[in-house]
Design a protein around this ligand. Structure first.
Ligand code: F6P
Length: 341
């Protein structure tokens, strides 16, 4: 078979390991050939291809980013659409497509599959918020990077007796915040799923400080304070009605300082969490998902994605992964919160 492959949406450490796992399995265990599309769906719509043989994937598991490039292009916009995609696939003699991406990518892949395009998906997001898979690759790496940064923030916090606020990724869910915060021994973890008040945050910070610790507050970028706690909390505007600069970490730090009198500094980790070499766990998971995407193609499991369930890789329909986010359960948050303050 000739198989097209693309990576779409925000990158995640491990994308290259997926590509390598699929290409090596496809070319050495089977007799498939591959065509890469550049920059996600954009490359497919524009017929912008890259060679993808055993040679191109040599040694790439340890590289961050994606050798195919990525973008947030929607395949139905502009020149795109089912007819155009069928045309490009026919021009390249393709029998199937492997799309590696998050919620948006899988939603587009489902729409295309419903219209008859033969697609298998590989789930991807550092946020770990996709339902139907226990873990996504890239998450472990992001947690490792965030934890290392927090360990560093704690030593400088200790030296100055300051409260340190670390803002991590997580637009809709707090998985990175929960795991890195637990790993670093945070005194408070603030996540989008929980409406934590400023009084509660100040109490945790004060209690840690009173025990002689430099408080560490971990906040997910999607966390919001209750309306009453954040002055001028009109979405996206500052006190003067100007677009706000900085995220929740920078906004909450002065509020903590004001409430507690403890000098407070904020650090936003941002895209550092997505860059660089993937952890060994993510390389193994990504490689296994890439390999399994070939068995899904062989079995003609169109409209399915590969997923981790326990320790096994399974094939699940796109629909199972779409529409609902995998949020942090209350019990996991309560467990972590026992050690706050
Ligand atoms: O969804 C993954 C993610 O890293 C989010 O945590 C973050 O909010 C977003 O992507 C950043 O997107 P971009 O790279 O487009 O700025």
């Amino acid at each position: 078979m000739r198989i097209g492959m693309l990576t779409s949406g925000g990158d995640a450490p491990g994308l290259n390991a997926v590509i390598r796992g699929a290409v090596l399995t496809g070319t050495t265990v089977h007799t498939h050939e591959f065509v890469g599309f550049k920059d996600g769906w954009k490359g497919l719509v524009e017929n912008d291809t890259l060679p993808l043989s055993r040679h191109e994937v040599k040694g790439i598991s340890k590289q961050g980013g994606t050798i195919l490039g990525t973008s947030r292009t929607n395949p139905f916009e502009g020149r795109g659409g089912v007819d155009r995609i069928n045309e490009v696939m026919a021009e390249n003699g393709l029998d199937a497509l492997i799309a590696i991406g998050g919620e948006g990518t899988l939603a587009a892949a489902k729409r295309l599959t419903d219209a008859g395009v033969k697609i298998v998906g590989v789930p991807k997001t550092v946020d770990n918020d996709l339902d139907a898979t226990d873990y996504t690759f890239g998450f472990d790496t992001a947690v490792g990077i965030a934890t290392e940064a927090m360990d560093r923030l704690r030593t400088t916090g200790d030296a100055h007796n300051r409260c340190m606020v670390a803002e991590v990724m997580g637009r809709h869910v707090g998985w990175i915040a929960l795991h890195s915060g637990m790993a670093a021994g945070a005194h408070a973890i603030l996540i989008p799923e929980q409406k934590t008040t400023l009084d509660q945050v100040a109490e945790w910070v004060q209690s840690a400080y009173d025990r002689g610790r430099a408080p560490l507050v971990v906040v997910a970028e999607g966390f919001t304070l209750p309306e009453d706690d954040e002055p001028h909390s009109e979405r996206g505007l500052d006190a003067f009605g100007r677009p706000r600069l900085g995220g929740i970490g920078e906004r909450i730090a002065p509020l903590i300082e004001e409430r507690t009198g403890i000098e407070t500094r904020a650090t936003t980790l941002g895209h550092i969490q997505r860059g660089g070499t993937p952890s060994a766990f993510d390389r193994v998971l990504a490689t296994r998902l890439g390999m399994a995407s070939i068995s899904a193609v062989n079995e003609q499991h169109w409209g399915r994605m590969v997923a981790l369930r326990g320790t096994e890789i399974v094939h699940v329909p796109f629909a199972e992964a779409l529409g609902k986010l995998k949020t942090v359960p209350q019990s996991r948050y309560d467990e972590a919160a026992l050690l706050f303050g």
